[in-house]
Design a protein around this ligand. Structure first.
Ligand SMILES: *Cc1c(COP(=O)(O)O)cnc(C)c1O
Length: 351
């Protein structure tokens, strides 16, 4: 018995978000809205007549067309994936040669470093500023000093809820030779997308997901948008049938109901606003103990001395949120769920 797992995987644990039964889940940035009724009905019909014995369309032609139609872009620039997670993993393995460096920022989405490590790409981590903003100058410098071949970050950012203005992102893309992988998972909640201009750059991939504003976390569907040269490479390296027929059909239905999608997005934003307002009021009452960051996402990010105690208090009351060191991240839920979260936070602060 001489076989041993290698170093990069021997100590890994299976991904396990907070497990257990909680009456309210505000920990995963999902949409709190159910599928629009018309989408649900149409989808049921589509599935009833689906050819189960056949492989799915490897090019996701109709799906990419529906996605592109929703965002008014060219479908030729779109590649679909099994969640943007799959695309992140694919980009790390395919667009970096052995030993080539990738730059990430901190704090940011943890999966970037995870997939970099699995694909054995050396990862250079650039710390964000004191106020958690990204310094583009610092990123450009790091990219040059390290001779990095890729930069990946989320905009707006998970977990900080902050956004980097489109002009700053453009400046970064133009000033580096590296491939910029811009994860716009939360851009439906903000207006600084670069989706419409990918063809102007030879070094940009934008990632989008149907897991957040689109309300389709269950179907595992993500997209990469890039110029035709990059898109051709992406389509060539992905596994052929990476997006199953159910997901393709669900995605087609979702993105074809433009009004329902936009309405849902508006509801998510107003839920976020209420949650943010409530926490802001608490901040004014306890400015030394709590700070809430401005948000352009569907969640709020706060710094608290007693973040861990507050997190445990929420859990005891059956409400799951996300705890990260001195910070808490709370996803905007339904109006009732947000009221409950605010009630708990108030109670905690007043203890
Ligand atoms: C939620 C999230 C995603 C989405 O991942 P999927 O695999 O598409 O569900 C991607 N990037 C960031 C920053 C996220 O927060």
């Amino acid at each position: 018995m001489a076989y041993r797992l290698n170093r990069k995987i021997s100590d890994l644990e299976p991904y396990d978000p907070i497990s257990g039964n909680y009456r309210i889940r505000l920990d995963a940035n999902e949409s709190f809205l159910p599928l629009p009724e018309e989408v649900r009905q149409n989808l049921a019909q589509d599935i009833a007549s689906m050819p189960f014995n056949r492989y799915p369309d490897p090019c996701c032609t109709k799906l990419c067309k529906a996605f592109a139609g929703y965002y008014s872009i060219d479908p030729q620039l779109v590649t679909a994936g099994n969640g943007s997670d799959e695309l992140i993993s694919l980009i790390m393995t395919a667009f970096l040669m052995k030993g080539e460096k990738v730059i990430t920022v901190k704090p940011d989405f943890s999966m970037y470093q995870f997939y970099a490590s699995i694909s054995e790409a050396p990862c250079v981590v650039v710390d964000k500023e004191e106020d958690l903003s990204i310094s583009v100058d610092q990123l450009i410098a790091a990219c040059r000093n390290e001779n990095a071949k890729m930069i990946i970050f989320s905009n707006p950012c998970n977990p900080t809820s902050l956004g980097l203005a489109a002009d700053e992102v453009r400046r970064l893309i133009r000033c580096v030779n590296a491939l910029v992988v811009l994860d716009e998972a939360y851009m439906d909640f903000w207006d600084q997308s670069l989706l419409g201009e990918v063809e102007q750059y030879d070094n940009l991939i934008i990632l989008r997901t149907s897991s957040k504003a689109v309300g389709g976390a269950a179907i595992r569907l993500g997209f990469a948008v890039a110029n035709p040269v990059i898109t051709r490479a992406l389509r060539a390296v992905k596994s052929p049938y990476n997006v199953n027929s159910f997901t393709q059909q669900a995605g087609i239905q979702l993105f074809s109901h433009k009004e329902a999608l936009q309405k849902a997005c508006g509801e998510l934003i107003s839920a976020r606003e209420k949650l943010y307002q409530g926490i802001s009021e608490l901040e004014q009452k306890f400015p030394s103990r709590l700070h809430v960051y401005p948000t352009c996402t569907n969640f709020v990010f706060l710094r608290m001395d007693q973040a861990k105690e507050a997190f445990d208090f929420f859990l005891e009351q059956g409400v799951a949120i996300r705890f990260m060191g001195q910070y808490l991240r709370i996803t905007a839920g339904s109006p009732e769920e947000n009221q409950e979260a605010l009630r708990l936070l108030r109670e905690f602060m007043n203890r």
